[in-house]
Write a protein that binds this ligand. Structure first.
Ligand code: C2O
Ligand code: CU
Ligand code: CU
Length: 467
């Protein structure tokens, strides 16, 4: 291990190098400094009124009370009824350090049952927000768990049986950031230079209120929200920014790009840092997947504008407005972390999961009281996820992270953002994806499900037990 800082010049060279390597599907041409922001496009968009990006308040997990409640929130240019944690959409960003003890009281101020799941957090079954622990209106649930895992962007959202899609769509979701010493030693951008971006879609009714209109194919919102804001902008300095991105949508997949293929340095994903940064110009992100991305605005000048876009829907997501020129040169080490590889040679059991139709796994719909399979504790297994149709299915496992090994059929390849540790992996039509997984944290009951929330609510979910 020889962490070597990457200065701006190297950053740009890495960008150029990655592009020069060529022949790689997700990379598109950029100039030596990345393409300049598309000024003409920005001018054409001049009539769109933009609103400042909302940054949710940061809270500690120690002694936290989270109240799920009906609220009125500001979407930018209008208010909406929403269901929120503590009045904020997204909910407060929980900021923890590995080694902390989380003590969180959930209060149900909703007119229906709820329970909160800490997506990506390694917790015992009583703290995992399993639907069998849903609490009635007016009820409370007390969580207490040690934070014992590597630095990563995790998140929290409701998980009541058949009501998850509605509750997330109406606003209940927030970021849960875990820090550790390894990450701190890297000196990555922080403070105002580290920004959470919760990207989702939404539909507003005639009165401008969030409206949940699911279909069996998945909720398909009419407009994007970033941190709950419609048409947001963020004023930036001419330096490096670290964006912690969560796809908080019920069903929508985004293909993120900045400007006209501006370089992004991918640092990490669901389970934390990758071994080394990699330059990309587009990233696909499915529901519940997370990204850790560095963007370098130092080549831009005050007054420049550049857009975070979704190439799938053709949506503008967030406009970066270069507002201040600074001289602080940010750096990113060339080496980020060490990933201990799970090994195919250690596989004790292979399991096949077929994601059938829109509501079944291996032919069965979810039954809260049925345990579908048992997994021995601390043993490496190969899990193979298949689908024949009705995909995409973003497949998610509770209780452990996994390492993606291969994808056959469909897109037929793995992508840079699928390296390292993951807890959600995208299964497109005709695809089979293999992952290695090992449950080394706790014994107990966990869930495997499709994170397209409409599929989850219709029953594309299974209980299993780590024994
Ligand atoms: Cu993010 Cu079981 O869910
Ligand atoms: Cu989860
Ligand atoms: Cu699905």
């Amino acid at each position: 291990m020889n962490p070597r800082p990457v200065d701006r010049r190297t950053f740009v060279r890495l960008a150029g190098g990655a592009i020069a390597a060529g022949g790689v599907g997700w990379l598109t041409d950029v100039g030596p400094h990345g393409s300049p922001p598309s000024v003409s496009a920005a001018a054409a968009r001049g009539t769109v009124t933009r609103y400042p990006l909302f940054i949710p308040p940061i809270v500690s997990p120690a002694g936290l009370t989270l109240t799920a409640q009906p609220s009125t929130i500001d979407l930018g240019g209008g208010t909406s009824n929403a269901w929120t944690y503590n009045g904020s959409m997204p909910g407060p960003t929980i900021m923890a350090h590995s080694g902390d003890l989380a003590t969180i009281q959930l209060v149900n101020g909703l007119p229906e049952e709820t329970i909160t799941h800490w997506h990506g957090m390694l917790v015992d079954e009583f703290n995992d927000g399993h639907p069998r622990f849903a609490i009635v209106p007016g009820g409370t649930y007390t969580y207490q768990f040690p934070v014992q895992q590597r630095a990563a962007l995790n998140w929290y959202h409701p998980h009541p049986h058949m009501l998850t899609g509605e509750q997330v769509n109406l606003g209940l979701a927030g970021a849960f950031v875990v820090r550790d010493d390894e990450e701190a030693a890297l000196g990555l951008p922080t403070g105002p230079y580290e920004v959470p971006l919760v990207v989702r879609d939404a539909t507003l009714n005639r009165s401008g209120n969030l409206q949940y209109k699911p279909t069996s194919g998945g909720f398909d919102g009419k407009l994007p929200l970033v941190n709950g804001i419609r048409n947001p902008f963020l004023s930036v300095d001419t330096t490096l920014y670290r964006f912690r991105i969560l796809n908080g949508s019920n069903a929508r997949i985004y293909r993120l790009t900045i400007g006209n293929a501006f370089p992004m340095m991918l640092l990490g994903n669901d389970g934390g840092l990758l071994e080394t940064p990699i330059m990309v110009t587009q990233i696909d992100v499915a529901p519940a997947e997370r990204l850790d991305v560095i963007v370098d605005f130092s080549g831009l000048t005050v007054g420049d504008r550049v857009m975070l876009r979704d190439l799938r829907a053709g949506w503008d997501l967030l406009e970066f407005r270069v507002a201040t020129s600074v001289t602080t040169a940010g750096t990113v080490p060339a080496s980020l972390s060490t990933i201990t590889k799970l090994l195919m040679a250690d596989v004790a059991t292979t399991r096949d999961f077929s994601f059938d139709g829109m509501s079944k796994i291996n032919g069965q719909s979810y039954d809260m009281n049925r345990i579908d399979f048992s997994v021995p504790f601390d043993q490496t297994e190969l899990w193979r996820f298949h689908t024949n149709g009705n995909a995409p299915h973003p497949v998610h496992v509770h209780g452990a992270s996994f390492q993606v090994q291969s994808r056959r059929g469909g897109r037929g390849m793995l992508f840079p953002w699928e390296a390292g540790w993951k807890d959600t992996v995208l299964l497109e039509d005709g695809e089979s994806v293999e992952v290695l997984i090992r449950f080394s944290a706790y014994r107990g009951q966990y869930l495997l499900h499709c994170h397209k929330l409409e599929h989850e609510d219709m029953g594309m979910m299974a209980n299993f037990e780590v024994i």
